[in-house]
Design a protein around this ligand. Structure first.
Ligand SMILES: [Cu+2]
Length: 289
């Protein structure tokens, strides 16, 4: 062993202490920045109760990942600096961490703790507000109706290549635009008439698969007035990219006026629609005989 190698090996504990101190300083600075500066701007914004919940979840995940990422970056930066080549002829290597029992011990403790925490957090959050749903016809949790608010069922009927919206509480009228009342627990019953689509209303924080023959329930608790964008999030054919529209969350009186107007406008179509149902199957083909 050369003289310089001995010097560095002797510095092993000092190197660990330096890395830990640098990592602590970086984490103490960066984690609050992630929580308080970056967190509030994370997607999908605060357009609904569920969307706000997702901002919280994204903040928790990013804040948890920050010290982990910093650990990797600080370690990498430190070893590049501390074990750099001093003179052109001498290649200096640091003390090996492979086979180091304490590194293995803490690696297991830290990763196990993080994974268990995330599993617990995810489970609690899933039960707390239904997490936007989309778990099939029987959601594992239903969000509560907001104080002073109401409840509304809207069926999302996807087909190549558009979304239609059916309102069972309003004579089963089907519209090609969507408006929702503010401060309301909206239950989306999502289904498809043909192939697999996905109803993604970004600002509302909901994305639910639209499968033929399946009633996929997802909840959104609206807040104040909002413009939101609906896109199909499942490749469904050549015009998939054009399968989008824009919706509004409006004051309750405005919604009442809008839906009354839609009932009149689409009355001729409503008459020939099949009765409201959780799913719709195509009419069987009539074979010539
Ligand atoms: Cu689609």
């Amino acid at each position: 062993m050369s003289a310089s190698n001995e010097a560095l090996s002797a510095g092993g504990p000092r190197h660990w202490r330096n890395v830990v101190v640098l990592w602590l300083i970086a984490s103490v600075i960066m984690t609050p920045i992630v929580i308080f500066v970056i967190g509030p701007g994370l997607p999908p914004g605060n357009g609904s109760v569920e969307a706000s919940g997702q901002v919280t979840d994204n903040t928790v995940l990013l804040a948890t990942a920050t010290p982990v990422a910093l650990g990797v970056l600080v370690y990498l930066g430190y070893v590049l600096w501390a074990f750099r080549e001093r003179t052109p002829e001498v290649v200096v290597d640091g003390p090996p961490i492979r086979g180091d029992a304490s590194v293995q011990f803490w690696w297991l403790i830290v990763t196990t703790t993080l994974v268990l925490f995330l599993a617990g957090y995810g489970t609690v959050r899933l039960l707390a507000d239904g997490s936007g749903g989309g778990q099939g016809p029987n959601p594992i949790a239903t969000p509560s109706v907001p104080a002073g608010g109401s409840r509304l069922v809207v069926q999302v009927v996807a087909q190549q290549w558009q979304f239609n919206y059916r309102f069972p509480g309003y004579g089963g009228v089907e519209t090609n635009q969507i408006e929702l009342p503010e401060n309301t627990l909206v239950q989306f019953n999502v289904t498809s008439l043909d192939v697999i689509h996905s109803f993604w209303a970004y600002e509302l924080g909901v994305k639910a698969d639209a499968n033929p023959g399946v009633n996929n329930v997802a909840y959104v608790t609206t807040k104040g007035p909002l413009t939101f964008h609906v896109r199909c999030a499942e490749l469904c054919g050549v015009w998939h990219g054009y399968m989008f529209n824009q919706g509004q969350v409006v004051p309750k009186a405005q919604f009442a006026a809008w839906i009354a107007q839609q009932r009149v406008k689409f009355a001729p179509a409503t008459k020939v629609l099949p009765p409201y149902s959780k799913t719709y199957f195509p009419q069987p083909l009539r074979r010539g005989g």
